[in-house]
Design a protein around this ligand. Structure first.
Ligand code: KIV
Ligand code: ZN
Length: 385
C-alpha cells in the first residue's frame, strides 16, 4: 500500500497565526507530542527569523529522535547557513528552501524577472545541497504560477539537487480538480533519475485546504503538509488531523497508509490549542467538542441502537473518551430515558411520560439541559404527585 508522509508545520506556518507565539519550551513540548502522534517531518521554524526561532529549531533538532527535522530558508545563503547551524545535531536534517514563482510575486514582491528567479533557484538549491542530502524546494504561490514556468522552476530545483518538491497553494486559491491536475502535470513532466517526493501545502482561504490536500494525494503526492487544528496565516493551513482521519476512514478509497497514531489526535490538538491560545471551534471536524455529540431525537435514537448509524469515527479512535447525547428541545424519549437511568432513576411508564412532557416544556426555554436541571425536574414532579 502507498505510504503518505505527514509534514507538520505547526511551529512555523502555524506560528504565523496572528497572536500566536510559542516559546522554546512550548515548541519542544509540541514537537515531542508530534513525534508521539507519528509525524514524519517537522518544520521546526525559520532560523534566520530571530534568535528565538534559531534556538527553538536547534532545541528541537537536539531533542527529536524519530522525525526528520527541517528549517525554512529563503533563496539566500545567509538563511541556508542559519538552517545548517540550527540543524547540526538533528538525526535526520532536511532544508526547506522557497522562492515565489507567480507573476504577481515576482513583479511586485521580489522585483525579479523569471530568468533571475530561475538563476536564484539553481544557485541556492545547489548551495544547500552541499550541506544537506535532503533538500525540499517550494515555488511559493505555485497554484497561481504559469504552468510552464512552474515546471521549469521545479525542474531547475531538481537538477540542482532537490529531491522533495512542495507545491504551495499559498493563498488558498486552488480547488481540488485544479490542484490535483497540477500534481499530475508536474509528476508526468519532470525528468529525474532520482525518486522525487511531491508534497502538498494548502491554505484554507476558500475552505478547501483539506480537500485540496487529498486531491494532491489522489494525483501522486506522497507527502502532505499542514498544521494541527489547521492553524496558520489568515484562514490557516490544512488541518493534518482531518487528512489523517480521511485517509484512515476512507482507506477503501485512498488506499494509503500513514504512521499517524490516531488515538493521540485529541491530545495533540488539545496541547496545540492550549499553548497557542487558539480555541478549536465546537463544530470542527474530528476534534471539535461537538464532533461526537448528537442532539436530535432521531439521531440519538439511532446512536443508542447502533453508533454506526450516525458516527463514521468512533470517538476512542481519536482519543476522545466517548460520544455524548446532549439533551435539548429536539431530543427524543429514548435519549431522555437513558439519561435518567444514568442518573439512577427508575421511573414507571406513566412517571416517565410525565417527566418527558415537563422536560420538553423546559427545553423550549433553555438551550442546555444539565443533569441538575433533570434532578430538579424529577424532584418537582415527585413533590406534586
Ligand atoms: O504557503 C506557502 O507558500 C509557504 C511556503 C513558505 C512554503 O508557507
Ligand atoms: Zn504556507
Amino acid at each position: 500500500m502507498r505510504k503518505i508522509q505527514f509534514f507538520d508545520t505547526t511551529l512555523r506556518d502555524g506560528e504565523q497565526t496572528p497572536g500566536v507565539n510559542f516559546n522554546t519550551k512550548e515548541k519542544v513540548q509540541i514537537a515531542l507530542q508530534l513525534e508521539k502522534w507519528g509525524i514524519n517531518v517537522i518544520e521546526a521554524g525559520f532560523p534566520i527569523a530571530s534568535p528565538g526561532d534559531f534556538d527553538a529549531v536547534k532545541a528541537i533538532a537536539d531533542n527529536v529522535k524519530k522525525m526528520t527535522v527541517t528549517g525554512l530558508a529563503r533563496c539566500q545563503k545567509k538563511d541556508i547557513d542559519r538552517v545548517y547551524e540550527a540543524l547540526k545535531n538533528a538525526v535526520d536534517p532536511q532544508i526547506h528552501i522557497f522562492l515565489a514563482t507567480s507573476d504577481v510575486h515576482m513583479k511586485y514582491k521580489l522585483k525579479m524577472t523569471p530568468d533571475e528567479v530561475l538563476a536564484s533557484i539553481k544557485e541556492h538549491v545547489t548551495y544547500a545541497h552541499n550541506y544537506f542530502e535532503k533538500v525540499q524546494f517550494s515555488p511559493e504561490d505555485a497554484s497561481r504560477t504559469k504552468k510552464d514556468f512552474l515546471l521549469e522552476s521545479v525542474q531547475t530545483a531538481i537538477d540542482a539537487g532537490a529531491t522533495i518538491i512542495n507545491i504551495p497553494d499559498t493563498v488558498g486559491y486552488s480547488n481540488p480538480t485544479e490542484y490535483g491536475a497540477l500534481f499530475k502535470f508536474l509528476i508526468e513532466n519532470i525528468q529525474s533519475e532520482q525518486e522525487i517526493i511531491f508534497s502538498s501545502h494548502c491554505h484554507d482561504d476558500l475552505g478547501m485546504a483539506t480537500a485540496n490536500a487529498l486531491a494532491a494525494i489522489e494525483n501522486g503526492a506522497n507527502r502532505v503538509e499542514g498544521a494541527v487544528n489547521g492553524i496558520g496565516e489568515r484562514a490557516g493551513n490544512t488541518a493534518l488531523e482531518e487528512v489523517a482521519l480521511a485517509l484512515a476512514i476512507r482507506k477503501d478509497f485512498y488506499a494509503c497508509q500513514t504512521t499517524i497514531v490516531l488515538n493521540e489526535t485529541k491530545r495533540t490538538s488539545d496541547l496545540v490549542s492550549r499553548l497557542s491560545g487558539i480555541t478549536v471551534p465546537k463544530n470542527k471536524a474530528v476534534i471539535g467538542d461537538n464532533a461526537y455529540a448528537h442532539e436530535s431525537g432521531i439521531h440519538q435514537d439511532g446512536v443508542l441502537k447502533n453508533p454506526e448509524t450516525y458516527e463514521i469515527i468512533t470517538p476512542t479512535m481519536v482519543g476522545v473518551a466517548q460520544n455524548s447525547l446532549p439533551l435539548g428541545k429536539l431530543s427524543g424519549r429514548h435519549a431522555f430515558s437513558s439519561k435518567l437511568e444514568e442518573l439512577g432513576y427508575q421511573l414507571s411508564e406513566s412517571e416517565s411520560k410525565e417527566a418527558f412532557k415537563r422536560f420538553k416544556i423546559l427545553a423550549d426555554k433553555k438551550k442546555h439541559i444539565t443533569d441538575n436541571d433533570l434532578i430538579a425536574l424529577i424532584a418537582d414532579q415527585h413533590r406534586e404527585e
